[in-house]
Structures are given as C-alpha cells and as structure tokens.
Design a protein around this ligand. Sequence first.
Ligand code: NAD
Length: 419
Amino acid sequence: MAKLKIENGKLIVPDNITIPYIAGDGVGTEISPVTKSIIDSAVKKCYAGKRNIEWLEVLAGEKAFDQTGSWLPEESMKAFREYLVGIKGPLTTPVGGGIRSLNVALRQELDLYVCLRPVRWFKGVVSPVKEPQKVNMHIFRENTEDIYAGIEWQQGTPEAEKLLHFLQNEMNVHKIRFPKTSSFGVKPVSEEGSERLIRSAIKYAIEHKLPSVTLVHKGNIMKFTEGGFKLWGYAMAEREFGDQVFTMMQYDRIKKSHGASMAETALKESMEQKKIIIKDVIADAFLQNTLLIPEEYSVIATLNLNGDYISDQLAAMVGGIGIAPGANINYITGHAIFEATHGTAPNIAGKNKVNPSSLLLSGVMMLEYLGWKEAAGSIVNSLEKTFQSHKATVDLARFMENSETLTTTEFRDEIIRNL
Ligand code: NAD
C-alpha cells in the first residue's frame, strides 16, 4: 500500500492506498463499518481489483481515552499528517476545562482552512421546501478565523478590565453600551485567510464547471472584517483568474463608465462564454434567498460564523442532519478529513437505526477528491435508487409515503445491492 503525495499542488493518488479512519463514538461505531463496506464494494465493482483501499484505524475520542488515556493521541495526528486524507465518524466532545473540541484540534493542527459542505437533494427524500430539486450548492466555509478563533474574555475578569481600559483610554472607544458588565470577543479576518478560501472556491467552480461563486458576508455592518473579505475576494479573483471569471465589481465599473445596458451585455456575454460569475450578497438576504430563489446560487464562499448557520439551514432544506456530508480541507498541503456532520446521537446509539448517509456521502466526497469518480458516482446512484423506492432508515422513512423502514445494516445491504 502506498501513501498519497502532493506535487506542485496536484494530488498523486496510487491505485492501492491506505486511508486512516476514526470510527467515532456513539453511532460512529455503527456508521463507520457500514460506510467502509459500501465504499469497498463500490471500489471493487468499479475497478475489479485494480484499485484498493486499505483502512487503517486510528484512535480519537472516548475509545482513545479508554485505551490510551488521551482523547487525541499523537499517533492519530501523525497518521493524518502522513497519509494526507482520512475519514472520521462523530466524536464526543470531552466536557471539562482545558480540553479542546477534538474536531477543532484536528482542524487547527492540520490548518484545514476550508470546510466544504455540498448540499443537494436526492429524489425520494421528503423536504420542507416546495422545489428541493433547485437546491444544489457547495458551501466553502472559512475554517480558521473569524469570531471562532476563540479570542474572548469573560465579563468581570482582570483581562476584560484591561482590554476595556485599553479600548477606552488608548483607542478612544466610547461606544460600549454597558462597559462594566461586557464580555469581549475578537474577530480576526485576514487578507490571506480570505483569499485562500475564496481561491479554493473559484478553482472548485472551474473544475466542476459550476456557473457562479457568491461571497456571502455582513460587510454592511462589519466593514473591515466581512467587508474586507468581499473586497479582497473580488480583487484576487480579477488578479488571479482574469478571463476565466466575470465579477460584479467589473459589472459596476462598466455601468459607471458606459451605462447599465453595457454592463448587462457584458454580464450576458460572460455567462454565454461560461465564465464563472463572482457576485456577493449580504448574509441575511442570502438566507432569505436560499428559500425563495435557491437556483441563483451554486458555489458559496463565506466566513466561519455565517458558514455555520448557512450549512445547517441548507442541510435542513434537503432532508436534514442524517444526510449532510462534509469535509475539512487544506488544498495547498493536500490534507483533508471527510466527516459525518452530525454528532454521536447517543439517544439512538446501539439500536441499528442510525442513518449512515452523512458519513457515506462524506466518503463519496473523499472518492471524488481522490479522483475515483466512478466509485463515487455508483454510490450516489445507488442511494438515489434506494430513496426513490421509498426505502430508508427511520429518520427519513417516517416522512415518506408508502415507505419501508430499514435498519442501518439492511440499508447497507440495499445500497450494496443497488450499486
Ligand atoms: P447529534 O447530531 O448527535 O444529535 C441531534 C439529533 O439528531 C438527535 O436526535 C439524533 O438522534 C439525531 N441524529 C443525528 N445524527 C443522526 C443520523 N445519522 N441518523 C438519524 N438521526 C440522527 O447532536 P447532539 O445530541 O447535540 O450531540 C451529541 C454529541 O455529539 C455531543 O457530545 C456533541 O459534542 C457531539 N458532536 C460531535 C460532532 C462531531 O464529531 N463532528 C458534531 C456535533 C456534535
């Protein structure tokens, strides 16, 4: 078995590869073996032994703590560092002071700056919106900056006092409504951080022949952080992607110098030439528009906190938490961890009723990332066929008409049969 490599920004994928995986806690112990066996069957079916995955279990979470006394052993970090690409089930977040969320720790250690969440609807799955087939978006959420950087001070502490003193006396800030009882948080948003995220989104749109990239922000209120994200994104897109893109900044410049109809013509021509249209929208309007005109949006590039809200709303529009996949990626080093987006679901763990689709579709994203498109496609087709025949685990089956509720392992067998 060989390791993945990255050379000049391109992943070199051998035919026989080792993929480290974290089984996960709670329902993780059920969805991980199911996911592995479906992926193995698809790979076998599509490549007839020419390609192979060797799974390497690495420990994290409760299982790691019970066996080694550490929630995230260095060995596990080493495996992800070395093998570049891995997959993980959900982990229990340890409760108690001083212990970081394991997911955050993995993201920070490997600098996985993109959280990628594709959102699409599968025929047969019941959705709360009227036309779920119009929802087809790819969310690029910035993963390392923003208010999530964890720089905050609690009200009443000497640190909060010190910061308040600095703001009032050295920065001339007098806008804090209740200074004595305020907690404080810092929101770092950088040019490099914004650019690398938006660059990845544009490259993804080009590679997947998608029509647009929308920068979602609150730059109307947070002018330098979220507003910076938008301006740096537009400037980088024009500078680095030239003729491959048409930005709404260009549109505005043409409108100003040559009038609105010329700007409209330039936009229309760019769309005909299949250039990627780079646009932006304020986050609150965006959330409204995802319900009213989802077809207007394809690739979304956004900051960390906005991305958190947006991912969950869009997931709900196509069937919810059990079916939404995700990945954390550093496109420069090649490191990527594909993961179930839900938690350990302790209320249904051990009952053979959990829906494995979130982790399975994350596995599909992994196969696509490796360039094993046939295996990825066969799993997607099989899932669709299964849902269309009204067969699903209870979380989805209870909303379908004339449905047949399958256990987790029956669902696995049905997917493998339909591959
Ligand atoms: P949860 O996602 O585990 O569960 C929320 C609800 O959704 C529950 O009713 C659960 O039964 C249901 N659900 C979740 N996944 C499902 C699936 N695949 N099929 C069917 N139903 C599903 O969220 P929670 O209860 O808030 O968190 C439980 C634990 O998971 C906590 O320790 C939390 O910290 C952790 N967590 C981990 C991750 C991660 O590792 N990525 C993410 C979120 C929460």
